[in-house]
Design a binder for this molecule. Structure first.
Ligand code: AHR
Length: 554
């Protein structure tokens, strides 16, 4: 039996080998149909500010993510800005991408940042962590890292987008001094040190001021196979001294896999063994959760439990959402453990890897390792997940969808001159207006969806979402998971009056709908104006949909 830890430890050696591993709108518009659902926004129950970083991204040097997806090279016929794919940068600006994590993932703990600086032609080629999972036909750059993209290029990419870079340091195979020097390379004032001079020589005299730093990745597995206590000792050592140059460094500790509560607890116990100062060094604890097991309880086996990205039944649709829905319990559960140690709640959760993970076979670019085809199901899943984060703004400081392009829950697919925005990419655009808003407690009431789960009747909630307010603009996002029925919801705004309202949503009669290089616009946002009827707003949410309502209040 293989689990995710084994899979990753085999350095993806195994990946190939193993599996061969409204009218939306008015009550009147709905004719005789009465509302079956209700959304009540409680303006006097603010939950906290939605950190824009909840809408963050993750880029690993893994197969087609970096080389092909992001980096095409300065001399490429593909439109680029300094070698970086232009169409990608443009859409990421549009969705206001706030933060991007790099260079891994598992790759981070075998990466030496010093290989990726200095003149490009002098940079060494190194064996990629994921090399053994690549086929012989894979481009050389996917197996042997050319280091064309290093710190300079990645930070430049982030800044072109307007996003903060979040760098993950290597704890498994580099000493603490390499971490200190990476911070120095990025953040030391111009002219101050030899590394600051090296940065200036590459064209970047001003400090990058990188403020988010991961201390290892999945240290329970590919990041070193540490016990929580061992990792806590390493964390204390790596974080004892780092140069700050007057800025706060926000250190993110490698955290639990899904519901491993004992990791969170034992890590914190050990960090605190030397005194309360240990907590002050931690900005966030990373939580990873992939929705991968679609076996309906039949197996926990990492390969056998996976479902297909494209070939699935309605039951698999609900099963994926059920797996994703676990995120809410993970956030509240790990928060509860944190509360035992940190009563003031200084330390936050950073969900820096999340998304569905299917079996291989649906790649837009055959051969790309870990690439899968996102469908409408994944957009609905992603909306549901972002709504969970929005509902817990005091707990979740950052979240990073895994991964940005040509990978798992990707917003984009690209190959050479081909580029397409997936339903997940469009979903991030729909949800962007939550960033920085004041989250409001909102009650969603709707009949449950009933479905057949291996001959047993199963149920799933019928409508859920989140709401946030900025100035006089209210954003409500909602998921209707029902594959065949729309939901007609009355929106109660408790005393507020509506000036203007509109809705954008993703839906399709086919739950497998997706965008490909050939058919790029199968799942794209649709817009519906909303109008008031007798002072109330009644909105129809189509079957299998995720929607964003923008409501301007007087
Ligand atoms: O996102 C793919 C891999 O999943 C990452 O490298 C690792 O951190 C996780 O297990």
């Amino acid at each position: 039996m293989i689990n995710r830890r084994d899979f990753l430890e085999q350095g993806a050696m195994g990946a190939a080998g193993l599996l061969l591993a409204s009218k939306t709108g008015l009550a009147s518009a709905a004719g005789s149909r009465a509302a079956d659902s209700r959304i009540e926004v409680l303006f006097d129950e603010p939950l906290g500010t939605v950190s824009p970083n909840i809408y963050g991204h993750f880029v690993e040097n893994l197969s087609g993510v970096l080389y092909d997806g992001i980096w095409v090279g300065e001399n490429s016929p593909v439109a680029n800005i300094d070698g970086l794919r232009k169409s990608l940068i443009e859409h990421m600006r549009k969705i206001k991408a706030p933060v991007i994590r790099f260079p891994g993932g598992c790759f981070a703990d075998s990466y030496d940042w010093r290989d990726g600086i200095g003149p490009a032609e002098k940079r060494p080629r190194r064996t990629n962590f994921w090399a053994m999972g690549e086929s012989e036909k894979a481009p050389a750059s996917h197996r042997y890292d050319p280091n064309a993209v290093g710190t300079n290029e990645f930070v430049h990419f982030s800044k072109l987008i307007g996003a903060e870079p979040y760098l993950a340091a290597n704890v498994r195979s580099l000493p603490a001094s390499a971490f200190q020097q990476w911070v120095e390379y990025c953040n030391a004032p111009a002219g101050s040190t030899t590394l600051a001079d090296a940065r200036a020589a590459a064209g970047y005299p001003d400090p990058f001021r990188v403020k988010y730093w991961g201390v290892g990745n999945e240290s329970w597995g590919c990041g070193g196979e540490f016990t929580p206590q061992e990792y806590a000792v390493e964390f204390r050592r790596y974080s004892t001294w780092l140069p700050t140059y007057g800025d706060n460094l926000n250190l993110i500790a490698s955290g639990p896999n899904t519901d491993e509560w004992s990791w969170t607890r034992q890590f914190l116990e050990e960090v605190l063994r030397k005194g309360p100062g240990g907590l002050r060094r931690i900005y966030g604890i990373a939580l990873h959760h992939y929705a991968w097991n679609l076996s309906r309880g039949k197996t926990q086996e990492w390969v056998a439990g996976k479902g297909d990205a494209l070939k699935f039944e309605a039951v698999d649709w609900y099963e994926l959402l059920r797996e994703g829905e676990r995120m809410e319990g993970l956030v509240t559960g790990h928060w509860q453990v944190l509360s035992e140690f940190d009563r003031q709640h200084r330390v936050k959760l950073v969900v820096d890897e999340w998304g569905p993970w299917y079996r291989p076979g649906s790649e837009a670019t055959p051969g790309d390792q870990l690439e899968q085809m996102p469908t409408l199901r994944d957009a609905v899943f992603s909306g549901m997940t972002l709504d969970i984060f929005n509902r817990h703004p005091e707990k979740v400081a950052m979240a990073n969808c895994a991964q940005l392009i040509n990978c798992l829950n990707s917003l984009y697919l690209a190959h050479e001159d081909k580029f397409v925005i997936t339903p997940v990419g469009h979903l991030f655009e729909l949800y962007a207006s939550h960033q920085g808003g004041q989250a409001l407690r909102t009650i969603f009431s709707a009949p449950n969806v009933q479905y057949d789960r291996d001959g047993q009747s199963a149920s799933f909630w019928g409508l859920r979402g989140s709401a946030s307010m900025r100035d006089k603009n209210l954003t409500i996002t909602a998921v209707n998971p029902d594959t065949s029925e729309s939901r007609l919801a009355e929106i109660s705004l408790r005393g507020a009056t509506v000036k203007e309202a509109s809705m954008r949503f993703l839906s399709n009669a086919d739950i497998h709908a997706h965008n490909s290089f050939e058919q790029r616009d199968v799942v794209v946002p649709q817009t519906k104006p909303l109008s008031l009827s007798a002072g109330s707003l009644v909105v129809e949410f189509p079957p299998a949909s995720v929607a964003a309502l923008t409501i301007q209040l007087h």
